[in-house]
Design a protein around this ligand. Structure first.
Ligand code: NAD
Length: 258
């Protein structure tokens, strides 16, 4: 049902597993896709999928301007912007000011700057923006301060963007993935998907990790005209992680009786 064939999309931070799935799903639905990322190692793979890669450090305003004009030379105005560049650098309480500033710069502030840079085009196309937040936005996690705080702020930034850009016909939503098979989980688990699924089972009602495509499908919906009345919303793609409270999914009352 989703048809993005008249859309041009920019996926910012689209060079790794989840990003590549987003790119792939958007391409499958007919969109033209540009990928902006500081990491150019996926350039050939992205090209083989049909996407155009351009290098960009999202914290560099001049480079953002250049990327916008380079895309403008190759395509009509963009109508979809997916903001998903992120840093996981986080030493919790021990983090330095420099680490705080860098993490917030990449994860949060750059979303606002990149969106501002494409604003005119998004307005012209009555486009849509999807910001990546996370389950980490909603609950405290041991030893992590920078990433969860940045993701919580992104949730609110999304509401502010939705409020102020609605008059321009631009919809802005966020997606909150749960644990998803991704570069970071691949690395931490030593590439052991079964082990990662088994650990994730304790935290996700559906008893496993999410697949990158399952997150990408939610992004594609939010980009599409099927979501024409959806703005300012945060969509969970988290296998039920966020609804699990301290009692987990285990009956608690019987413990009182026992
Ligand atoms: N992996 C998960 O389980 C998970 C869960 C919830 C949310 N998310 C979110 O999904 C998105 C993708 O996560 P991922 O795990 O695939 O992360 P990742 O680290 O694999 O990918 C992030 C991308 O951002 C790019 N990037 C980093 N700094 C940049 C900069 N200065 N300029 C431009 N690009 C830069 C990286 O090169 C990389 O391609 C992130 O926004 C993350 O917060 C991931």
């Amino acid at each position: 049902m989703i048809n993005l064939s008249d859309k041009t999309a920019v996926v910012c931070g689209g060079s790794t597993l989840i990003g590549m799935s987003v790119v792939n799903v958007l391409l499958q639905q007919g969109a033209r896709v540009f990928v902006l990322d500081i990491d150019d190692s996926a350039e050939a793979e992205l090209a083989s999928l049909g996407a155009t890669f351009m290098p960009l450090d999202v914290t560099d305003d001049e480079a953002i301007k250049t990327a916008v004009s380079r895309i403008g030379e190759q395509a009509s105005a963009i109508s979809l912007l997916i903001n998903m560049a992120c840093s996981y650098d986080d030493d919790g309480f021990a983090s330095s000011r420099q680490q705080w500033l860098r993490a917030l710069d990449i994860n949060l502030i750059s979303m606002a700057m990149v969106t501002k840079a494409f604003h005119e085009q998004l307005q012209a196309t009555r486009g849509a923006v999807v910001n990546f937040t996370s389950i980490s936005a909603g609950c405290a996690q041991t030893g992590r301060w920078l990433y969860p705080v940045s993701k919580a702020a992104i949730k609110h930034l999304t509401k502010e963007m939705a409020m102020d850009l609605a008059a321009d016909g631009i919809r802005v939503n966020s997606v909150s993935p749960g644990w998803t098979w991704s570069r970071v989980i691949d690395e931490v688990s030593g590439g052991d998907r079964a082990k990662a699924d088994a650990v994730a089972a304790d935290y996700h009602l559906l008893g496993r990790l999410g697949d990158p495509t399952e997150v990408a499908n939610v992004v594609a919906f939010l980009c599409s005209d099927e979501a024409s009345f959806v703005t300012g919303a945060d969509y969970a793609a988290d296998g039920g992680y966020a609804v699990m409270g301290p009692e987990q999914n285990k009956p608690a009352i019987p413990r009182l009786a026992g």
